[in-house]
Design a protein around this ligand. Structure first.
Ligand SMILES: Nc1ncnc2c1ncn2[C@@H]1O[C@H](COP(=O)(O)OP(=O)(O)OP(=O)(O)O)[C@@H](O)[C@H]1O
Length: 459
C-alpha cells in the first residue's frame, strides 16, 4: 500500500503542482484500500473537505493507475499532535560567563522565558491557508523550516498589515523546532531586541547579550522597521546579523515594507537584508479569503459542533471584508460569539446586522482609482496622464503625489501600485514616493495640498 501511495504521490505532485501537493495532499496518510474505497487519515476536516472538493478526481485516477481500481475516498480526521512551544534560547545558568564563550550543552537547554517572545501554538503551517498572494512566501518559509543549507539567508518577509507575516514566522519556528529538537530558535520583535540590548547596556551584561544572540541556530526578528532611526540598536543588530550569517545560521526577518523602502534604516543593513530572499505577501484575493474563512470555521466547529452557518455567509464575508485577514477573523469570531450566545443560526441577515460597523468601514476603502481621479482633478490634469509617459513637472509631480497617497492610504505593494500607474517599475514608484516624502518637509504649500487631498479621500 505504501508503494502504491508513494507512486501516486509522485504523479500527483506533478499533476496538481508542488504547492497544492505539499499543502493538501502530503498531510494525508493512506490507511486502507478495500472494496473500491481508499481510506485516508487527515489532520483536519478542512483539509479532507478541500481535497474531496478539489483533488478527489486526481487521487482516484492516480491510485487506480498504480494499484487496484478505486472509486471513492473516505477520510478520518486524526489530529496531529500539536507542536509545543518553541524552546527558549540557551542562556548561561550563571549570571556571567567569560567573553566569547559558548554555553555548554548541559547549560544550553536552561530555559529563560523572558528572552524571546512566546510562540502562538495556533500559528502553524497546518492552518496557514495558501493562495496565489502568499504561495511564494509560504514555499520559502517551508523550505527554511526544513533546515539544512537553504541558499537564501536571510529570508525577508514583508507585506501590509495582517497578511500573515507573524503567522508564517511562528510556523517556521514550530516546524523547525519539531524537526530539530536540539536546535535553539529565538523569535522576538525588533522592539524586544532593542529592549534587551538597552537592558544589557544598563546592566553591563552586553557580552552575555552578544553571546546569547550569537549562540542560536535560528534568529527570527519580527517588524524590523522598528529599529529604523535607532542608531546603536542598528549597530548591534548589524553585528549580530553578520556573526550569525558567518556561522551559517539561518535568519528570518519580517517588516511592513521591503528593505529598500525602510526609511532611517542604515544602508549597510539594507544591503545585508537584500542578500537573501525578499518575499512580498500580497493583499488577499477572494479565493484566499474564502479559504481562510472555511479553515477558521472548521476550527470553531471543532469546539462548537452545533454551530449553524447559512449558505452563502462565508462567501458574503469574503466578498465584503477585504481589508486584511485580522479583520476577517475578528468578524467571524464576533459572528460565532453572537450565534452561540443567542443560540441562533448565522444567516446572511444575522451577519449583515451583527457586522454592520465592520462592513461600513470596509466599504469606505480607498482605491488607487479614487486617488488618481481626485489628484488629477485637483491639479487640473487629464486622468490619462496618471498612467501616461509625460515627464513635464506639472504632470509628473501630481502623479508622484498620487503614488505617495496610494502607498499611504491603500495596502497595495509597490509592484501593484506600479502596475496601476501604467506598468511602471516598483523602483520608479519608490522614487516618486521618496520625492514627495522629502517635499512635504520643505514645501509647505505642497504639504497642505497633500493633506487636503488625504482628508478628502478619507472623508
Ligand atoms: N493565509 C492565512 N491563513 C490563515 N490565517 C491567516 C493567514 N494570513 C493571516 N492569517 C491570520 O490573520 C491574523 C493576522 O496575521 P499576522 O499577525 O500573521 O499578520 P502580520 O502580517 O504579521 O500583521 P502585522 O503587520 O499587523 O504584524 C492571524 O490571526 C493569522 O493567523
Amino acid at each position: 500500500m505504501e508503494d502504491i501511495w508513494g507512486q501516486a504521490c509522485a504523479a500527483l505532485e506533478t499533476s496538481v503542482g508542488p504547492n497544492n501537493f505539499n499543502h493538501w495532499i502530503k498531510p494525508l496518510r493512506l490507511t486502507g484500500l478495500d472494496g473500491g474505497i481508499a481510506h485516508f487519515a487527515s489532520p483536519t476536516r478542512f483539509i479532507s473537505d478541500w481535497v474531496n472538493r478539489h483533488f478527489a478526481k486526481d487521487i482516484l485516477g492516480e491510485l487506480s493507475r498504480h494499484g487496484q481500481p478505486v472509486e471513492r475516498l473516505r477520510f478520518d480526521v486524526v489530529p496531529q499532535t500539536a507542536p509545543g512551544r518553541a524552546r527558549p534560547v540557551a542562556v548561561p545558568a550563571s549570571p556571567a560567563r567569560p567573553v566569547g564563550s559558548v554555553a555548554a550543552p548541559a547549560t544550553a537547554r536552561v530555559a529563560r522565558a523572558d528572552l524571546g517572545a512566546p510562540l502562538d501554538p495556533r500559528y502553524t503551517f497546518g492552518n496557514f491557508v495558501v493562495g496565489k498572494p502568499n504561495e511564494l512566501a509560504h514555499a520559502a518559509a517551508r523550505r527554511v523550516a526544513e533546515g539544512g543549507p537553504v541558499g537564501f539567508n536571510p529570508l525577508f518577509l514583508y507585506g501590509g498589515v495582517g497578511l500573515g507575516k507573524t503567522h508564517l514566522m511562528h510556523a517556521i519556528a514550530h516546524d523547525y523546532q519539531t524537526r530539530h529538537p536540539m536546535a535553539q530558535v529565538l523569535y522576538l520583535s525588533a522592539e524586544q531586541f532593542m529592549y534587551r540590548f538597552v537592558q544589557a547596556l544598563r546592566e553591563s551584561t552586553i557580552m552575555d547579550f552578544k553571546g546569547m544572540f550569537r549562540n542560536v541556530n535560528m534568529l527570527m526578528v519580527d517588524d524590523v522597521q522598528f529599529i529604523a532611526g535607532k542608531d546603536s540598536t542598528q549597530e548591534e543588530f548589524f553585528h549580530t546579523f553578520n556573526a550569525l550569517v558567518d556561522q551559517g545560521k539561518q535568519i528570518v526577518i519580517s517588516a511592513d515594507r521591503a528593505p529598500a523602502e525602510i526609511k532611517g534604516l542604515e544602508e549597510r543593513i539594507k544591503s545585508r537584508l537584500s542578500c537573501g530572499l525578499i518575499v512580498d505577501l500580497h493583499p488577499t484575493t477572494y479565493e484566499l479569503r474564502l479559504g481562510i474563512l472555511q479553515s477558521k470555521t472548521e476550527g470553531f466547529r471543532a469546539q462548537q459542533p452545533d454551530l449553524q452557518i447559512g449558505a452563502g455567509v462565508l462567501e458574503f464575508l469574503a466578498h465584503r471584508i477585504t481589508t486584511n485577514v485580522r479583520v476577517l477573523e475578528g468578524a467571524l469570531q464576533r459572528l460565532f460569539a453572537h450565534a452561540s450566545l443567542l443560540r441562533r443560526e448565522i444567516t446572511l441577515e444575522v451577519a449583515q446586522e451583527c457586522l454592520a460597523d465592520i462592513l461600513r468601514t470596509n466599504d469606505r476603502k480607498i482605491s488607487i482609482d479614487d486617488i488618481q481621479r481626485r489628484v488629477a482633478e485637483h491639479y487640473n490634469i487629464r486622468l490619462a496622464d496618471m498612467v501616461g509617459p509625460k515627464r513635464a513637472r506639472n504632470v509628473a509631480r501630481p502623479r508622484q503625489i498620487a503614488m505617495y497617497l496610494s502607498k499611504q492610504l491603500t495596502s497595495r505593494s509597490l509592484p501593484e501600485i506600479g502596475r496601476r500607474f501604467g506598468g511602471r517599475d516598483h523602483t520608479t514608484i519608490m522614487h516618486g514616493i521618496r520625492k514627495i516624502e522629502e517635499l512635504v518637509i520643505e514645501d509647505h504649500a505642497l504639504a497642505e495640498d497633500v493633506n487636503m487631498l488625504r482628508r478628502l479621500l478619507e472623508a
